[in-house]
Ligand binder design. Structure first.
Ligand code: SF4
Length: 302
């Protein structure tokens, strides 16, 4: 049975990651939000440091926002830090500090999409729910869809995944399929000969003959699996958003910087930016709640 094979493989081959040792929904949430767009190796030390500083929901909810943004340094996509705090405040105010277990209720929390809501329901409350991040989706497409047909919709893929979850084993199944996508069934070079479920894989079946004859394996185009090449980062708006926040992290939170001083600090990172673009990005950061505009300049939110 595929689920048993996956689980057994995960037991001996799965990485020992700290969030796999807890069922605390707060810790699961922190890990899942950090893992969005950030590699596991970078997340592990930040996860420990963040939890040391904000050990529970109440600590995060009550913390100065500037402290959370500062603690987020090195992870990128700083809006995630804001959403984390807003979620903590909402769970305290609306649910007495206890995360709801229902996926539909979890999705009403700030910044929680279907993936994160499903991950909390499964990894904290051990529910047999199906959800997809990029790794799960890639594995599901390759395992269960006809390589010569159109890629199934996400709804069809989720239904297929759900059908394969053995009752009461959602935690192990979803951890295993994520792990497979992260370590074996990778985007560019899936290691099919090492894959524990290759005999059940639709994608591999079409390439098995070539594999057995040691011929090059034509791997299904990943663009069809909706994985686009990463756009240039340095010099992008996202790059400058990060540098603006970095410059404000470097000064006392309540002080901030004048607009001209902040501009100088940003271009000191080495990338040119026009005044107009700088102002546009700062304005957008203020709209997003990541900075506050004052009469004296710009600072992180309290
Ligand atoms: S056999 Fe290859 S394509 Fe299929 S799930 Fe395993 S690694 Fe992915």
């Amino acid at each position: 049975m595929l689920a048993d094979t996956l689980r057994n493989w995960f037991i001996y081959a799965g990485r020992d990651l700290p969030w796999r040792h807890t069922r605390d929904p707060y810790r699961i949430l922190v890990s899942e939000v950090m893992l969005q767009q950030t590699q596991v190796e970078r997340v592990v030390p930040k996860y420990h440091a963040f939890l040391a500083q904000f050990p529970d929901l109440a600590a995060l909810a009550a913390a100065p926002t500037s402290a959370i943004i500062t603690a987020w340094q090195g992870l990128g996509y700083n809006r995630r830090a804001l959403y984390l705090q807003k979620t903590a405040q909402t769970v305290l105010a609306a649910y007495g500090g206890v995360f709801p277990a229902d996926v539909a209720l979890l999705r009403t929390l700030p910044g929680l999409g279907p993936y994160t809501a499903g991950a909390i329901a499964c990894f904290a409350y051990e529910q047999d729910v199906a959800f997809m991040d990029v790794n799960i989706r890639r594995v599901a497409v390759r395992l269960w869809s006809d390589p010569l047909a159109a890629i199934p919709t996400d709804a069809v893929l989720l239904d297929t995944i759900h059908q394969h979850i053995p009752t009461g084993q959602g935690w192990a199944f979803n951890q295993a399929i994520m792990e497979l996508g992260a370590t074996i069934c990778t985007a560019k070079t899936p290691q099919c000969p090492r894959c524990p479920v290759r005999v059940a894989c639709a994608d591999y079946a079409g390439r098995r003959t070539a594999d057995e004859h040691l011929l090059p394996l034509p791997v299904r185009s990943l663009k069809k699996v909706a994985e686009k090449p990463a756009p240039r980062f340095v010099g992008s708006n996202r790059y400058f958003r990060g540098r603006i926040i970095d410059a404000l992290r470097a000064v006392p939170a309540n002080a901030g910087l004048s607009q001209s001083a902040l501009y100088e600090a940003v271009i000191a990172y080495g990338e040119p930016i026009t005044d107009a673009t700088f102002v546009t990005i700062v304005t957008k950061l203020a709209v997003d709640g990541l900075v506050v505009l004052t009469a004296d300049g710009i600072r992180l939110p309290n």
